[in-house]
Write a protein that binds this ligand. Structure first.
Ligand code: ZN
Length: 187
């Protein structure tokens, strides 16, 4: 009889944006992304869910509900390869976006463009809500944008994005608030 134990190597899952969902005995949803686990209250909608096509409304007041949405958004952004998220992706059609910059998460409520350069460029982008981020689509982005909104304390903030990942992510997330997805750009 062969008692040699075989070492089973379980490959790490690919960078699947929506994670692997399990439910614990007390009903808590747990999403696992490789070595990281999170327990958000809301799951990321996947195309072709029609809720992704709706235009989000302005946030009227930063109340407990908004804070719980932001807490979920924060959890998703704790996954290293998640760069940005919008509330509508969690089924909440309100104008809230979260973007990572230098490992820090920046939330912007009711973002409005105050400047968009005429000059644009093309780049490839994936989206957590489209094929779980596994397919990249050709999108058009402005080389420079300025956006004004408020932070989670209600303070007015202005952010500036250039022709880099941060600038593109701002535009990607605001697109979500207007019901636009990466695959809506001509491919
Ligand atoms: Zn997206």
């Amino acid at each position: 009889m062969d008692n040699t134990r075989k070492t089973i190597v379980i490959p790490k899952p690919l960078s699947i944006s929506s994670g692997v969902l399990t439910t614990t005995s007390d009903g808590t949803k747990v999403l696992t992304f490789g070595d990281i686990s999170i327990s958000p209250m809301r799951l990321i909608l996947q195309y072709p869910d029609n809720r992704l096509k709706q235009k989000s409304n302005d946030v009227q007041a930063i109340n407990m509900f908004i804070k719980s949405v932001i807490k979920d958004m924060e959890q998703y952004l704790s996954i290293p390869w998640h760069l940005g998220i919008s509330a509508v992706q969690l089924g909440v059609p309100l104008r809230i976006i979260g973007i990572k910059r230098n490992q820090q998460v920046l939330f912007l409520i009711n973002p409005v463009y105050t400047k968009k350069s005429e000059q644009t460029y093309k780049r490839m982008e994936g989206c957590m809500s489209v094929n779980e981020g596994r397919i990249q689509y050709r999108v058009v982005r402005h080389k420079l944008v300025k956006v004004r909104g408020t932070d989670i304390t209600g303070k007015v903030v202005t952010i500036k994005g250039g022709s880099d990942i941060f600038g593109a992510t701002i535009q990607h997330e605001i697109d979500h608030l207007d019901g636009k997805l990466v695959l809506d750009y001509p491919q």
